[in-house]
Design a protein around this ligand. Structure first.
Ligand SMILES: [Zn+2]
Length: 91
C-alpha cells in the first residue's frame, strides 16, 4: 500500500496555508482565493495516538493568546487564529 506524502502548501501572495497530498509537478490552487499554492514542506505522518508532533521543538513557538505550540513559519495561529508576528528572516 502506498501512502501519499502530505505537504504543506502556501499561497505566496496571501500567505494562506493548507495541507494536501502533493506530487512533484502538480499545481494546487487555494479553494477560497483561487491562488496557486506552492509546497513549502513535508508533513510527517501523525501517529494514531495523535501524540506525534508535525514539527520538531526548535521549529515551534508559543502563541501569545492561547499558549499553544505552533510552527515558526505559520502566519496565523491554527488554534485561535491570532496573526503571528513576522520572523526576522533576513530577507
Ligand atoms: Zn493561538
Amino acid at each position: 500500500m502506498s501512502r501519499d506524502q502530505i505537504y504543506r502548501l502556501r499561497a505566496p501572495a496571501s500567505g494562506r496555508e493548507a495541507r494536501a497530498p502533493a506530487k512533484p509537478g502538480s499545481v494546487y490552487v487555494d479553494r477560497e482565493t483561487g491562488e496557486e499554492m506552492e509546497p513549502v514542506g513535508r508533513v510527517l505522518p501523525i501517529a494514531p495516538t495523535g501524540s506525534a508532533l508535525t514539527h520538531t521543538p526548535e521549529n515551534l513557538r508559543i502563541c501569545r493568546r492561547c499558549d499553544q505550540l505552533i510552527g515558526l513559519d505559520i502566519s496565523d495561529c491554527p488554534h485561535c487564529g491570532l496573526r503571528q508576528p513576522a520572523l526576522d528572516g533576513g530577507s
